[in-house]
Write a protein that binds this ligand. Structure first.
Ligand code: ATP
Ligand code: MG
Length: 340
């Protein structure tokens, strides 16, 4: 965690993901573990950001729609408890779009273009100059999501820190205009571990890079993925000394092995030479199967009653909408947008 957390049970958390595909171990490390823990302490809203997902998926809107329930199932499977956390669908709260519309006047195009996360994503997607305007401006939409709930805590992966900074800039500008604290600044809750690399050794496990282990992966898929996990290209023979740096098998063990003392001992032997990658991978596979098996089982249980899951989303969205509507009323008041 980056900074101390305000200790109040009325503190609101807003968090969520774009439903563009199944959630994976990167999400688990980056935010899901925190969300499962924090739901006991704070009021947590978890948003399925389907409208935001459209900013780079207008050619496949059906994918976004399909994945709303899939991602909701992933949340329930990892232990998000609907009695403690409220699940909601972004597009069904039009007041969030309204808030975004106003916030777009509190941020410049140059500032949006400087946002390092947006910059990197534009590069990854190869948009160059053909950037959808909605994509470039999505930080304003994220600011609307966070401030619409008056959230003060946002559990996210480290790549999202620039989004929270930009949100806070908008919040401060708005409050200055208002002459009082209408909106609240938010704090990112980032896990100590940083971002999880992909099985291919690339810096980030990511849906669009096809280097994930999904939370709903079958036992066979987990086995096959572990076989492919990038290790140490210099470690050719068992007796050779191995390297830990950039070795994804060990990075995953750091993240998921419950026996960290045993792991430290294995690392020492690996570095000396004499431990084959197959030994490391067998240990990793064991850890991942143990982690994912109960998640898979719970997912299958919830998946049997998709009607129930949709009902949860409907009720959660209605509850969330009332909160955002109250914020938008205050914002309109400040902007003088009240006539009748
Ligand atoms: P896409 O390819 O559609 O961008 P993604 O797999 O990169 O998908 P995002 O939807 O961009 O996932 O990420 C959602 C949230 O999960 C963010 O808070 C992000 O920081 C976190 N996250 C995603 N991947 C990782 C990772 N590999 N390590 C840590 N956190 C991650
Ligand atoms: Mg991403």
């Amino acid at each position: 965690m980056s900074t101390p957390v305000p200790a109040s049970s009325s503190t609101v958390i807003l968090t969520g993901d774009r439903p563009t595909g199944p959630l994976h171990l990167g999400h688990f490390v980056g935010s899901l573990r925190n969300r499962v823990a924090y739901q006991h302490e704070y009021r947590q809203f978890i948003m399925l950001a389907d409208a935001q997902a459209l900013t780079d998926n207008m050619d496949d809107t059906d994918k976004v729609k399909r994945n709303v329930i899939e991602v909701a199932l992933d949340y329930l499977a990892v232990g998000i408890d609907p009695a403690l956390s409220t699940l909601l669908i972004q597009s069904q709260i039009p007041e969030l779009a309204e808030l975004t519309f106003y916030y777009l006047n509190l941020v410049t195009v140059a500032r949006l273009e400087r946002n390092p996360t947006v910059k990197e994503e534009i590069r990854l997607r190869g948009f160059e100059r053909d950037i959808p305007a909605g994509f470039l401006t999505y930080p304003a939409s994220q600011a609307a999501d966070i401030s619409g709930f008056k959230a003060q805590l946002v559990p996210v992966g480290e790549d999202q820190i620039p989004m929270i900074e930009q949100t806070n800039e908008i919040v401060r500008r708005f409050n200055r205009m208002a002459g009082r604290e209408v909106l609240l600044e938010a704090q990112a809750l980032v896990p100590a571990l940083g971002r999880l690399p992909g099985i291919d050794g690339k810096a980030k496990m990511s849906k669009s890079m096809g280097n994930t282990i999904n939370l709903g992966a079958t036992a066979d898929e987990v086995r096959a993925a572990v076989k492919k996990v990038y290790t140490d290209p210099l470690h050719l023979r068992v007796q050779d000394p191995g390297h830990l740096e950039g070795n994804v098998a060990f990075i995953y063990l750091d993240a998921f092995d419950p026996d960290q003392a045993g792991l430290a001992e294995l690392k020492a032997r690996y570095v000396q030479g004499g431990v084959g990658d197959s030994v490391v991978k067998a240990r990793l596979e064991g850890c991942l199967q143990d982690l994912l098996e109960p998640i898979r089982t719970r997912r299958a249980q919830f998946a049997q009653d998709r009607g129930y899951v949709m009902q949860l989303l409907k009720e959660g969205t209605a509850k969330a909408r009332a909160i955002v509507t109250a914020t938008v009323d205050e914002v309109r008041e400040v902007l003088g947008l009240r006539y009748f």
